[in-house]
Design a protein around this ligand. Structure first.
Ligand code: DAH
Length: 351
C-alpha cells in the first residue's frame, strides 16, 4: 500500500506539471483529491488495517494528501493569474486601436447599374398600372422570335434583324434556335400560355449580329408589353403611353404617335417623346427633329392572337416594345453605349 501511495504521488505530480489550463486542473483535482479518488478511497480503507500498519500508512497517506492539496492551490493561483493577464493583454490591444466606441469606417458600397435602375423604374411604372412581369430565355426558337409573330422565313423584315443562329437543339429536340433579337418573342409565348385578360411586361436582353459602335451593341435591353382583353382599342395604348411618359420624363412632356410598320401589329406606330434638351425645337441630341423615339407599338395582329389560341373576334390587344438603353443615355447625356458594358468604375460611379 505504501508503494502504491508513492506511485500515486509521482503520477499526480508529473501530470500536474503538464497542466496549462484551469479546466484541466479541475479534472486533475477530481482525479487525485476528489471524493471518488483512489487516495480518498485508501484513506477510508485505513480503518480495516491492523493498528501498526494503520499508523504508518495513515500518516503517509495524509501527508501525501496535504502535499497534493498545496501543489494544487499553488498551481491554481498561477493559472488564474495567467488568465487574468490575458484579459489585461486583450484590453491593451483594444486600447491600441483607439476609441472603439467611434462608428466604423464605411465600406465602399456598390450600387445598381444605370440600366438596371432604369429597368426597375419602368417595371415599377407598369406594375402600378396592373402589368405583371414575365421573363423568358435568351435562347429562343426561330418560331417564337419570327414565325409566331407573323414573320415567315422569306419575309424581308427578317433582314432588319441580323441574327446569331445557334447550332443547338433544346430538350424537346426542337431547332433551329437563336439568341432572341427582340423581347416580342415573349409575347408570342404569353398568348399561348396565359388566358385573357392579360397585362404583361417582358424585360430582357436581346441580341443582334451587328458591328459595335457608339450607338450599337450586339447585346442590349428591351421591354415588351402586351395587353389582351375584350374591347381594347388604340386609345388604351395611347393612354398607357401618356401615363408612362409623364411618370418617366415629367408632367408636361409631349408624346407623339406616328404610323410605322411591324409585322406583328396592325396598325403599327412609332412612339416618340419631346426632346428633353430643346423641348421640340431641334438640337444635336434629337438630330434636329425635336423628338426622340422610345418605342414601337400597335394593335396586336389578329394572326398572332390566333396562333396563340386566342379568338381575335372576341379579344383585341395592344403591344409595345421599348428600347431601354437609350433612356439613361438621353437622361444623363451619355454619348457612347459601349460605356455601359465597359466596367469602367470612373464611369459607373457617377450615377
Ligand atoms: N420588336 C420590335 C423591335 O425590336 C419593337 C416592337 C414594335 C415591339 C412594335 C412591339 C411592337 O411589341 O408592338 O424593333
Amino acid at each position: 500500500m505504501i508503494q502504491r501511495l508513492e506511485e500515486l504521488k509521482q503520477n499526480a505530480l508529473r501530470e500536474l506539471d503538464a497542466i496549462k489550463e484551469l479546466p484541466a486542473l479541475e479534472q486533475w483535482r477530481i482525479r487525485y483529491l476528489g471524493r471518488k479518488s483512489e487516495l480518498t478511497g485508501m484513506l477510508r480503507g485505513l480503518a480495516d488495517l491492523p493498528m501498526e500498519e494503520r499508523k504508518t500508512t495513515g500518516a503517509l497517506a495524509n501527508r501525501i494528501k496535504g502535499e497534493l492539496e498545496s501543489v494544487f492551490e499553488h498551481k491554481n493561483s498561477v493559472l488564474k493569474a495567467d488568465s487574468h493577464q490575458q484579459v489585461i493583454r486583450t484590453d491593451d490591444a483594444l486600447a491600441a486601436l483607439g476609441d472603439i466606441t467611434l462608428p466604423g469606417r464605411p465600406y465602399p458600397a456598390g450600387r445598381l447599374h444605370p440600366i438596371t435602375e432604369t429597368l426597375h423604374e419602368i417595371c415599377d411604372i407598369f406594375g402600378s398600372m396592373g402589368f405583371q412581369i414575365v421573363e423568358s430565355n435568351d435562347v429562343e426558337l426561330d418560331y417564337y422570335n419570327f414565325g409566331a409573330l407573323n414573320i415567315p422565313p422569306e419575309h424581308p423584315s427578317r433582314d432588319d434583324m441580323s441574327t446569331f443562329w445557334i447550332d443547338y437543339e433544346n430538350d424537346r429536340g426542337e431547332r433551329p434556335m437563336l439568341l432572341r433579337t427582340h423581347t416580342t418573342c415573349v409575347s408570342a409565348r404569353v398568348v399561348e400560355t396565359m388566358k385573357p385578360p392579360i397585362r404583361v411586361i417582358e424585360p430582357g436582353h436581346v441580341f443582334r449580329y451587328e458591328a459595335t459602335n457608339a450607338t450599337h451593341l450586339s447585346m442590349f435591353n428591351q421591354i415588351d408589353g402586351l395587353a389582351v382583353d375584350k374591347g381594347i382599342t388604340m386609345a388604351d395604348l395611347k393612354g398607357v403611353f401618356y401615363e408612362f411618359a409623364r411618370r418617366l420624363y415629367g408632367e408636361d412632356r409631349r408624346v407623339r404617335f406616328r404610323c410605322d410598320y411591324f409585322p406583328f401589329v396592325e396598325p403599327g406606330v412609332e412612339v416618340a417623346v419631346e426632346c428633353a434638351l430643346c423641348h421640340g425645337s431641334g438640337c444635336r441630341l434629337c438630330g434636329s427633329s425635336g423628338w426622340i423615339e422610345i418605342a414601337g407599338a400597335g394593335m396586336t395582329h389578329p394572326k398572332v392572337l390566333e396562333r396563340g389560341g386566342i379568338d381575335p373576334n372576341e379579344y383585341t390587344s395592344f403591344a409595345f416594345g421599348i428600347g431601354v438603353d437609350r433612356i439613361p443615355m438621353l437622361r444623363y447625356g451619355i454619348d457612347d453605349i459601349r460605356l455601359f458594358s465597359g466596367s469602367d468604375l470612373r464611369f459607373l460611379k457617377q450615377f
